[in-house]
Design a protein around this ligand. Sequence first.
Ligand SMILES: Nc1nc2c(c(=O)[nH]1)N[C@H]1C(S)=C(S)[C@@H](COP(=O)(O)OP(=O)(O)OC[C@H]3O[C@@H](n4cnc5c(N)ncnc54)[C@H](O)[C@@H]3O)O[C@H]1N2
Ligand code: MOO
Length: 316
Amino acid sequence: MQLNLLEKTELRIFGLVLDNTNLSLAAEKVAEALAIPPASVLVVDVRPDHICLDILEKSLDMSQIAGKEQAILAKLATVPGLTVTADAYVDSSGIMGLIAFDEQQASELIARTEQLATEIEQAVLRRAIVFATGFEVKERMIEDTNSPYLMRFLTEQGYNVEFGGILDDDAVVIKRKIEDAIDRGFGLIITTGGVGAEDKDFSVEATTAIDPAAATPWIVKFQQGSGRHVKAGVRIGVGQCGIATIINLPGPHDEVVASSAVLRRYCRTGRIDKVALAEEIAQILRQKLSGKHWQHHTHQTSGEEDHGKNHHRTTS
Ligand SMILES: Nc1nc2c(c(=O)[nH]1)N[C@H]1C(S)=C(S)[C@@H](COP(=O)(O)OP(=O)(O)OC[C@H]3O[C@@H](n4cnc5c(N)ncnc54)[C@H](O)[C@@H]3O)O[C@H]1N2
Ligand code: MOO
């Protein structure tokens, strides 16, 4: 486990006898003991009873520090002109204080910390949150059937599920809410709605702002700028941030239901393969939509036909 040294990076080593000692070599030996590059250790002070070194690293793995006192002293003992006396010791503070642990304590600490990290990770991976999006949902013009459906579905899959609320069609709001969910320890974050090509659709953009490498396969593509479309098509999104996965599903309820067949296989409270998941959902939705009446219109590239703002809301 990586530990931030929080600027407390000095080591004072007492009980050495110096006789024309090459300090660069001494620093190199300490670097070897800590498994860091030689340039990361600097001797900053030599006093009558101790030498002071500075470690030029922001963070180190716990296993590089804990219980390393004897290893440091043993390495220093190999430097010509440097005698390590029987009561030599390393004095350090903050995280670096772990150096003074004896080896038994150190390995217990490392094992316990890894165990704790695994438990936290498992708890996070089990926590899911579901968001709806869109003014028509927020203003109760339409019933939010997606969220209860997904919450029930994820509960069946073994998740502890929370409802995140109904988000405005606003890229900043959606991104902030997703980031907030990640900070609160949710391992699975699902939004529905707002994946379309209109100027009110921002869910996938919120995800790519968090994970630029998010998988965002197209469901349908059409001529950009034709009619009300400001984007090149409809896509879904699956992004990741640390161990958390963000999934942006379309708004239409039957598409959420269709996607859940894929979610059932991928979302099982473990880590998720974002590219494979996104591609399989996209395939199912492409197949589903290829038979729909509205797609004929959206594939028109002439832009002559205007079926009105709401033609795509009907699931003929
Ligand atoms: N079955 C259909 N699927 C799709 C259609 C369609 O007409 N019928 N149109 C396609 C096009 S074009 C686009 S664009 C996308 C739209 O997906 P969005 O993710 O952008 O969805 P929204 O515009 O936000 O909402 C669309 C529609 O979905 C219903 N909706 C939204 N949220 C909820 C919710 N929480 N619970 C229930 N229903 C919801 C609602 O009728 C919205 O008006 O879709 C393609 N697919
Ligand atoms: O933007 Mo859809 O692509 O609403 O027709």
